[in-house]
Design a protein around this ligand. Sequence first.
Ligand code: 3K0
Ligand code: CA
Ligand code: ZN
Length: 703
Amino acid sequence: MVHARPRFAARTRLLAALGLVALVVGGVETPGVQADSAAQPGNAFGSSSVSTERLGGADQYAVAVAISQRLFPAGGAPVVYLAGGQNFADALAAGPIAAHEGGAILYTGSSALPDAVGQELVRLAPARVEVLGGTSVIGAAVVDQVTALLAPATVVERVAGADAAGTAAALSAVAFAPHAATTVFVTGSGSAQDAVAAGPAAAQLGGPLLLVAPTSLPAATAAELTRLAPDRVVIVGATSAVSDAVSAAIDAIVPLVERVTGADAYATAGAVATRFFSAAATDVIAGGPGYANGLAAVPLAANRHAPILFFGPEDMLATPTRDWLVATHPSRIVIAGSVSEVVRAQMVGFSDGRLPVPPATPAYPSYDSGYHDPGEMLTLIRATELAYPTLVHVFSMGKSYEGRDIWAAKISDNVSVEENEPEVLIDTLHHADEHLGVEQALYMLATLTSQYATDAYVRRLVNERVVWIVFAMNPDGWAYDLSGGKYHFWRKNRQPYGGYYGTDINRNYGYKWACCSGSSGNPSAYNFRGPTVWSTPEARLLRDFVASRVIGGVQLIKTHVTLHTNGELILYPDGWSKATYPPDITADDHAVFVYMARNMSRMNGYRPMKSSSLYVTDGDEIDWLYHQYRIFSFTFELYPVDQPTLTAMVYPPYSIVAAQTARNRGALLYLIDAAGCPWAIIGKAAQYCPTGTPIPPPSGLLG
Ligand code: 3K0
Ligand code: CA
Ligand code: ZN
């Protein structure tokens, strides 16, 4: 929220960053070939017509071995290209050469050959090993190790130019006679992802890949182009990688030069696929954001007549890759390296049509593109449902004023069954510019699903509770706040009244609405309460949803948090009354609120306080949830405090999101746990909760 209010004053110090989310590639995964399987509970793509095959491994050495095993299941490769695992420059051009020669690419350390790589070399028993690069990349000791492992007749030779371009030219010279290749591919020697994308296309057209500097045509490359005398050169990549001047210099040697490029490496890979691979392709290789895995996969892609596209570093599949899958609906996807289940679900779902391309929505500004815009949010929650169908059910709570869906998910084991378990509600984005709440909700969805198989606490909570997440209560305000590629500091919904837009949804609830100067009757005000109680469709939908959780006369939802920003606060009812001990809350319930807030603050470093201590609010959500249903209902005001500018206060950069969402893991899991019997925290479970509470929730004040 943008208005200068007390939380902007100095408060708790920010906790140190608690860690970062793991990147998709480089994540540890069991080495070896992994076919699609239902080995993990909840992971089931079985109903799909699309299969995925993960050529996974703990590192690039293991991934390359897995790819080699897939390509040569019975061993017997004629040639192996051995590349430096820490320095791939000399291997950039190896893919099309390996494809042309029917060989494999493996990686080695500079001073020692990893055991698994040695074993793979023995299994492949090649007649020839080409060691790529000079002794600084792959030392003589490695060459000796390789020689000792293989049959005496094996040729082990080094291919090295003065630089990467020279090595590429030397590889080409070994493999191709003059006029043997009609098309040659060229990429920038510093643009490895372009080289990966170009590799399968070069192989498909039977030519080599050569490298250039961004602004100069290396002599070795020019000489090799002259020697090969192809009809055509295809440059892959942007002018920042291969300038127009370099293109012109190539044009002076070769009759035809064309360039294939996109807005970034993902789009360039998509453009290469579109230009050189049939839309009828039934097989696709997806590399990671890095290039080592993709480079090793080029011979396999060539063998399958498939392009290589990149899935991307985080939880969203890159859009150009998505578009290729939607356009070509491949039946098999080979994944080089590790990938998260939700990204795998996106690849499968976009290929088989179960995951629709979301309707166009406004996007975050490019500098904040890591934040999930409304379309990305929908894709991510639907992909999570696809990946964990027994744990997640996605649904729309209903339509906003302007007709947008308000998306929600139920998370529990046996998710399709009413199991009469204690329930928890998490909602976000009552206020349109409080974007971090959406990220926090997505973080919890990811935590409860991706950690189900590995974290006993998460598994117990998912098994013994039902968690409802409402991902964005105010989709109309959100779309407006993002419109036009810039932020608008917009808080309310977009319902017009009295010549102004917007009601503050968090002043429109039906407990003591308009009672106490905790909202405004002026439609131009930031905290306009609406012309009547429950006038906003959004608050009504939340009301009706919560009412629907009364089953057999019992409200199953026991605890709740609404995620707002900012101030790093934990707020509890009442908002309407300044009284320290509110007249309308029982002493025991007040004690539960105080204890729960303190316990959660121990875990996230936020400051606990009564809502009215911040300022008086009337008609807000948490007062209504408590008084209507006795739900232990909290407002979290997320990061930050104390920023130098209003923009920094309201729109923190994406770089803080991983740490600031992970920061609330413990507190939010505790809130879920506490639903078992909130009064257990004050030692009164026997008095308040029926026997048979599944697992006793935490009790007492945490130390
Ligand atoms: O429960 C509450 O006190 C809500 C506080 C909330 C509000 O609605 O005024 N604070 S915010 O607008 O700055 N997110
Ligand atoms: Ca369940
Ligand atoms: Zn808010």
